[in-house]
Design a protein around this ligand. Structure first.
Ligand code: LLP
Length: 431
């Protein structure tokens, strides 16, 4: 199987984290998000250990909580002792409600409102990752009003293309995120920051994109960042304490995607950075990385009930499910690949090619086109694998469809981390 937490039991049903998915679908209803808590913890530990082994003390991963956000995940991340990246009042508030230590929070985002900045200052958010000069001015003003000096990193765009999907690529000079190095604007902003009393610059941040399989784009980013750090030191005399390389390591959605050894990739980045620091005679900064997808994606699976099979003779087959773009918009947005299995007949050889279609009034509401699977019948459970990242967090209520619950599976039990939205929930804001 594509992931080692997926298997088939004696009943011929698909299992996830050792549990019968058909039984879980019966118990909780569908659509249903499952999350394998042990796998999330194991992935966090790989990053944490690798970063402790290969980078200077004080280096740490931050979980990019946009990938999957609810109170429970912040509790898990807090227990595992790493930091988080939050990008909105909603994410900060959820973290805070979960009791996450706010000093371990990095506040990101390309347009932080005054209200969000004030909230983050009020609640002692550890560091801001400043995206632009207007934000810098607002943060400086609000920090001074509060009588604090807020630690920040400055987000810069290194100007590289990591060859991933254009909508999830963020490091080029034309990106809407950060301040460009290439144009000289980043250097000018550093000069300005050092004159401000409400902010304390701790270093720099870059994020080049998402779903990247090799370490070379990170090596290139590191080269460009070190050249920038060196320039800043030469021109202004400022030496960075932290270098944040962002997130972006890929995950395996389908068999043809490579298996990725995160520890090894992190080691490669460390080798590249060590060389560069030696070359520039630059003291190795503490390194931050912001994995989102690679901590949670393959810890997730979505279960659906098949409503019917439509065979358009001589054309196309559809398998119709009780969810779709409302719980997983990634095919609609990016034509993202997914592995789809008939969980009720997982032991039977695939004999049918079909497009898995969602229930929304939208032709583009598809989960995957032309997949091979055992031909389902109405009532069968369909499993879509590797849905732990950017599914629940990107879900919507289009067509007034309620969001599915998130059920966590730990070593002993299954439990609801997020309950199913009811029709009453759907009208609660209507006045
Ligand atoms: N750090 C920053 C500043 C980011 O913008 C992101 C993702 C991450 C870290 C985490 O990247 P990851 O390790 O998850 O690749 N909705 C898209 C992905 C957008 C990613 C946005 N930023 C998708 O479904 O593929």
């Amino acid at each position: 199987m594509i992931s080692d937490n997926v298997s088939i039991n004696a009943a011929g049903h698909l299992t996830f984290a050792g549990r019968d998915t058909v039984a879980l679908a019966q118990k909780y209803g569908t659509p249903l998000y499952l999350m394998d808590e042990e796998m999330i913890r194991a992935r966090i530990r790989v990053y944490k250990q690798a970063m402790a082994d290969f980078f200077p003390a004080g280096s740490t991963p931050e979980y990019a909580s946009k990938a999957f956000c609810c109170k429970r995940i912040y509790e898990i991340v807090a227990e595992e002792g790493i930091h988080v990246d939050a990008v909105s009042l909603g994410e900060l508030f959820t973290a805070q409600k979960a009791g996450f230590p706010m000093e371990k929070c990095f506040f990101h985002g390309s347009n932080k409102t005054d209200g969000e900045i004030a909230y983050a200052l009020e609640h002692g958010v550890g560091r801001f990752v400043v995206d632009n000069e207007d934000e810098l001015d607002a943060l400086n003003r609000l920090a001074l009003e509060k009588g604090v000096c807020q630690p920040i990193l400055l987000r810069v765009t290194p100007g590289i293309d990591p060859h991933t999907h254009k909508k999830i690529s963020t490091g080029s000079v034309e990106s809407k995120f950060g301040i460009a190095i290439q144009t000289g604007q980043a250097l000018a902003t550093v000069r300005k920051i050092l004159t401000l009393k409400g902010v304390a610059l701790q270093g720099f941040h870059c994020h080049i994109g998402s779903q990247i399989f090799v370490s070379s784009p990170f090596g290139t980013a590191a080269e460009l960042m070190l050249a920038f750090l060196d320039e800043v030191r030469a021109e202004i005399g400022y030496t960075a304490e932290y270098l944040n390389l962002g997130g972006g390591f890929g995950v395996r959605y389908v068999e043809s995607d490579p298996v990725i050894d995160y520890r090894e990739r992190i080691r490669e980045v460390s080798v590249a950075l060590t060389d560069l620091c030696r070359q520039y005679r630059y003291p190795m900064p503490k390194i931050l990385m912001e994995p989102g997808r690679s901590l949670v994606a393959d810890a997730g699976m979505t279960l659906y009930t098949v409503g019917g099979v439509k065979e358009i003779i001589g054309h196309q087959n559809y398998v119709s499910i009780d969810g779709g773009m409302t719980d997983n918009p990634r095919y609609t947005l990016y034509e993202a690949d997914y592995t789809v299995l008939n969980a009720s007949r997982a032991d039977q050889t695939p004999d049918f090619t079909a497009t898995v279609a969602g229930r929304c009034c939208e032709s583009g509401d598809l989960i995957q086109e032309n997949v091979r699977l055992k031909k389902p019948q109405r009532g069968d459970i369909l499993a879509v694998l590797t849905t732990g990242a950017y599914n629940y967090s990107m879900a919507s209520n289009y067509n007034r469809v309620g969001r599915p619950p998130v059920v966590m599976l730990d070593a002993e039990k299954d439990y609801v981390a997020v309950r199913r939205e009811t029709v009453e929930d759907l009208v609660q804001y209507d006045v």
